[in-house]
Design a protein around this ligand. Structure first.
Ligand code: MG
Length: 315
């Protein structure tokens, strides 16, 4: 135990948890793409620089989807060169071969494809069946790997789906294996509508392991819609997961759940990890200041409990 500084939790380590966790920061992409307000390109670039200054080492920068689909990120070509020199990993989303072309033209070294565990969401998000989407990704992943580019496979609706309800674990395992088999380096298991609970998380992780997907290749992406994101994160850590997605300030509501609360806030995650004595490399004060700064640009306070508590933000 150590005496905490003001604004930091007391450190009380728990047994059998990882010594270090890599936070995959998604605020600049997943966060801003789900915010209503458009953010100027220069502000996005400054946001990414500030996140790096706060100690985040993997910062998803933008998305090379067609600008019509996600107008909030239509400036990917302008933004990426502005941040390319920031000394962190800067993954970008690519939906298809055209998106990969655009990312490779700008020398991206990490890309992500996004699949769905359910037919309904595959239809809504990609206008394809699950298998048609996988068939579209296969050559994208193969080409990225041939270019020595790291590939993350996002998998949405791993626990529940707004049209289909609870999602059977075998369905998630099947698509996860398909993404790994086509060459993805890691997976990000998304609880897109935030309905997961801790034993469900551990059950899915165990079944993935049984089917040959190692925990080291698995990241978790929880949403806080029902207040479960940190409990689910702890369950994943207990299983050995060391990659956790989070969004600075809790940016990005979920468009498929009518709630203000979407992505797990990075500050809330860092508070828990720091209290558990788990190294993240993140300076919580700097990160909170960054989210308060971004909240000013978006014109609304951060939904993160930790940001509120540390900044005494007016609600
Ligand atoms: Mg998300």
């Amino acid at each position: 135990m150590s005496t905490p500084a003001l604004g930091l939790p007391m450190v009380v380590p728990a047994p059998d948890l990882p010594a270090r966790v890599r936070i995959h920061e998604v605020g600049a992409r997943d966060g801003l793409q789900n915010e209503k307000g458009a953010v100027p390109t220069e502000v996005k670039a400054e946001f990414i620089r500030r996140l790096a200054d706060a100690g985040l080492t993997t910062i998803e920068a933008t998305s090379f989807v067609h600008p019509q689909w996600v107008p909030q990120l239509a400036d990917a070509e302008q933004l990426f060169p502005l941040v390319r020199d920031v000394p962190v990993e800067l993954p970008v989303l690519v939906p298809n071969a055209r998106g990969l072309d655009r990312a490779l033209a700008l020398n991206a070294t990490r890309v992500a494809v996004f699949a769905s565990a359910t037919e309904s969401f595959a239809k809504a998000n990609l206008n394809r069946t699950v298998d048609e989407a996988l068939a579209m990704f296969a050559p994208v992943v193969a080409r990225a790997k041939a270019e020595q580019v790291h590939v993350r496979g996002y998998l949405s609706m791993c626990f529940g789906d707004p049209w289909e309800g609870p999602v059977p674990i075998h369905q998630v395992v099947r698509v996860s294996k398909a993404l790994m088999d086509m060459g993805c380096d890691e997976l990000s298991l998304g609880d897109t509508i935030g309905v997961a609970t801790p034993a469900h998380v551990q059950d899915l992780l165990s079944q993935l392991n049984e089917e040959g997907v190692p925990t080291s290749a698995i990241g978790v992406h929880f949403h806080d819609t029902y207040g479960q994101a940190l409990a689910n994160t702890l369950a994943a850590l207990q299983h050995g997961v060391t990659t956790v997605d989070a969004s600075a300030g809790g940016l990005g509501g979920c468009p498929y759940a009518k709630s203000a609360t979407g992505n797990l806030a990075t500050e809330d995650l860092v508070w828990m990890l720091q209290g558990l004595g788990i190294d993240t490399g993140v300076d919580l004060g700097r990160l909170t200041a960054t989210s308060v700064w971004m909240a000013g640009h978006l014109g609304r306070p951060s939904p993160s409990r930790t940001v509120r508590a540390l900044s005494h933000q007016e609600q």
